[in-house]
Design a protein around this ligand. Structure first.
Ligand code: CP3
Length: 388
């Protein structure tokens, strides 16, 4: 069984054309896709295409993570978060854990947005209680000039995980690939880790904007190549996480974040082996800019909990699907509160096609797993009963 699985994975990967990974623009021909099992649940993909669905699909940002005891066990086995992310077999195991436990409508690759700057040679470490740290941040002109699009072969462990996960899913639900937005990964690259004020990157932005533009241009090319390689390896939809675009002024958001997400979108493989690959953009704190985001040609937009999903839908109409909106802290409430808050979001979105239920940001590590069962049950039963 194991040998058969491994040979299927290897066979799938061997036929993926890897020679043009670095230009970000090439189109892959991959007969590998025919080796994947047909999709049994396409509700998530249909919702992103704004087609009617029998119920509202649901998945949760950071659904594979520390709130699950089985994740913590696999992570302990791997030794560290990065060792887990770099081991395709264990990454597959943790990706499937929330699917097995909760009956979600999509799986998301287990990895991180910081794998790309890590492959650029910045030296990524995760320090308990402090989050990510880069040993070699990009803080002066010499470091900026040295920055290059990494050889995608350094990220092969991610593409191998994608193929292995897609194979293991066996068509149960679609697989989402992802990357950080060029601006969001630049925040970590320039700050050297997490930040509250973003003083270093904002100083660069207002004193040496050309340096930041150079970093962002490199990041946009790298992100395009990275996502296209995930698509070639089996990702059926991709998402760009712009976690920090919302810390910018409107003008700076357009120039330093949105402009580079547009570049990524322009270079993405949008149809692979005859199948449309939907793209979702999520700018946390980006509620003011939804129309601009909808104009990028993305299929879906992520919404944090600060926006009202009903007014968001009125503003963007059926141009894009909307995903998200439930405050992750709702999962600290009672069963009755969770069910009522889920219904509130579904009612606010209204009787339209094009809603993917999700949280407004990643699930907290302090969430009790049983609450997610309640959430998923309420999304499915209530949306089915309303026949949206
Ligand atoms: O959603 C999923 O289940 C897929 C996996 C996923 C991870 N990170 C795993 C992870 C995804 C989609 C991400 C994206 C990511 N990573 C973002 C964008 C989304 C967001 O949350 O805003 C960002 C900003 C990062 C950077 C990052 N990675 C930070 C700041 C941290 C440390 C803080 C934290 O929550 O621990 C990580 C580590 C990380 N990435 C963990 C997981 C499960 C926790 C690591 C652990 O197991 O200790």
């Amino acid at each position: 069984m194991r040998a058969q699985f491994d040979s299927l994975v290897l066979e799938s990967m061997a036929v993926i054309e890897r020679s043009c990974y670095n230009d970000g623009l090439c189109h892959f021909e991959s007969p590998a896709m025919s080796l994947f099992a047909p999709l049994q649940n396409d509700v998530y993909l249909r919702a992103l295409r704004r087609e009617s669905t029998p119920y509202t699909p649901v998945w949760l940002m950071r659904q594979a993570g520390r709130f699950l005891p089985e994740y913590r066990a696999t992570r302990a086995q791997a030794g560290s978060f990065m060792a887990l992310a770099q081991n395709p077999e264990l990454a597959t195991e943790v990706t499937l854990q929330p699917i097995d436990r909760f009956g979600l409508d999509a799986a998301i690759l287990f990895s991180d947005i910081l794998t790309v700057p890590d492959a650029m040679g910045l030296g990524l470490r995760f320090v308990e209680g402090e989050g990510p740290i880069f040993d070699r941040p990009i803080q002066d002109e010499v470091a900026v000039q040295r920055l290059e699009v990494p050889d995608m072969a350094r990220l092969q462990y991610v593409f191998d995980a994608v193929t292995r996960i897609r194979t293991a899913l066996n068509g149960r639900v679609p697989l989402i690939g992802f990357a950080g937005s060029p601006f969001t990964i630049a925040c970590y690259m320039v700050e050297g880790g997490s930040s509250k004020e973003f003083r270093t990157i904002k100083t660069m932005m207002y004193r040496r904007p050309e340096l930041l533009h150079h970093i962002l241009a490199v990041n946009a090319l790298a992100t395009t190549a990275y996502l296209n390689a995930q698509i070639a390896a089996g990702a059926q939809s991709v998402m760009l996480f712009d976690t920090w675009g919302g810390v910018l002024s409107g003008a700076a958001y357009e120039a330093f974040s949105l402009a580079y997400m547009r570049q990524v979108l322009a270079g993405l493989t949008r149809e692979f082996n005859g199948v449309h690959i939907p793209v979702t953009l999520f700018t946390k704190g980006g509620g003011a800019w939804l129309e601009l985001m909808a104009d990028t040609g993305a299929d879906g937009l992520g919404l944090d909990w600060m926006s009202d999903i009903g007014s968001a839908r009125t503003r963007v109409g059926s141009r894009v699907a909307l995903q998200g909106n439930l405050d992750p802290s709702v999962l600290f409430g009672s069963e009755a509160v969770i069910r009522a808050e889920v219904r509130r979001v579904l009612d606010a979105f209204g009787p339209h096609a094009g809603h993917v239920f999700n949280l407004g940001h990643g699930i907290s590590q302090f969430t009790a797993p049983e609450t997610v069962k309640i959430l998923v049950d309420e999304v499915h039963t209530y949306s089915k009963s309303k026949n949206i």
